[in-house]
Design a protein around this ligand. Structure first.
Ligand code: KIV
Length: 275
């Protein structure tokens, strides 16, 4: 049986030069298959706002939505390190509500850590949650919850000043007690400087090679149709499979070819004659 990784395993993988692989999961079946495939971690990302609920961004996602989906993922993948994603509004309104929401993730959904977006501006929150005995993963660079302030879903750190600010953010996250960091949408040179500056694992999405990669599952499956960011590699075309299956089912039923003899229950021998 697969052994669930701990923060120390993740740190050792980083120290040994072994890349960690993880992705998002929002539902039971996907999480079960991901654990079976040997995924190192699963993130129940607030990207579920777009991938599952059809919102145009992550801002509307609520704490309750995150908890429901994380509970299902935890049930499906008991031996996988699971990251709960603090949605917008769950950690901006004050230290005590941030800690309460981090605690909810642990008590109600059984996560192994929580992740939250931001650097220097959330340093106090990271410290408070870490001081409460919970593991925190930071998230700097492109931070979708503040895409309005960042001018949309755009790569960050492409000028020297902006790159320096992200490196400062990364340091603040580490100094506040985070055990790992996610860097999103920045040039690989910036990610490399962050990796060199911090002793903790640095994972990336759209940030080049580092100590591991995360991808949105519906992107790698080729399922999410609205848009595909430059940094995504599609490993399948599951949307096309869905289309084929749905069309074949509709066709079969309309032609009377489904259900067939093999899909029906027959009455016990002779009982049908008595009807
Ligand atoms: O919510 C999410 O899926 C994320 C990704 C950027 C990894 O945070």
């Amino acid at each position: 049986m697969k052994k669930k990784l701990t923060r120390f395993d993740l740190q050792k993988m980083k120290d040994d030069g072994q890349r960690a692989v993880w992705m998002t999961a929002y539902d039971y079946v996907t999480a079960q298959l991901a654990e079976e495939a040997g995924m190192d971690m699963l993130l129940v990302g607030d990207s579920l706002g777009m991938a599952v609920y059809g919102y145009s961004g992550t801002v509307p996602v609520t704490m309750d939505q995150c908890i429901y989906h994380t509970e299902a993922v935890r049930r499906a993948a008991p031996n996988t390190f699971i990251i709960g994603d603090m949605p917008f509004g769950s950690y901006q309104a004050g230290m005590s509500s941030a800690c309460e929401n981090a605690i909810r993730f642990h008590k109600e959904a059984g996560v192994d850590c929580i992740k939250l977006e931001g650097g220097t501006r959330v340093a106090d929150v990271i410290k408070a949650i870490s001081d409460g005995g919970m593991l925190v993963m930071g998230h700097v660079g492109l931070t979708p919850q503040s895409s309005g302030a960042q001018g949309g879903f755009r790569a960050q750190g492409r000028t020297v000043d902006s790159a320096k600010a992200i490196i400062e953010d990364a340091k603040a996250v580490y100094e506040s007690g985070a055990f790992a960091l996610l860097v999103e949408g920045v040039p690989p040179e910036v990610t490399r400087l962050i990796c060199d500056a911090l002793p903790i694992p640095v994972y990336g999405i759209g940030a080049g090679d580092c100590h591991g990669q995360v991808m949105i599952c519906s992107d790698i499956l080729g399922l999410f149709q609205a848009f595909t960011p430059k940094f995504v590699k599609r490993y399948g075309n599951v949307a096309e499979e869905y289309r084929k299956v749905f069309a074949a089912y509709i066709d079969d039923v309309r032609k009377g070819e489904f259900p067939g003899e093999e899909h029906v229950y027959r009455m016990i021998d002779g009982e049908a004659d008595k009807l």
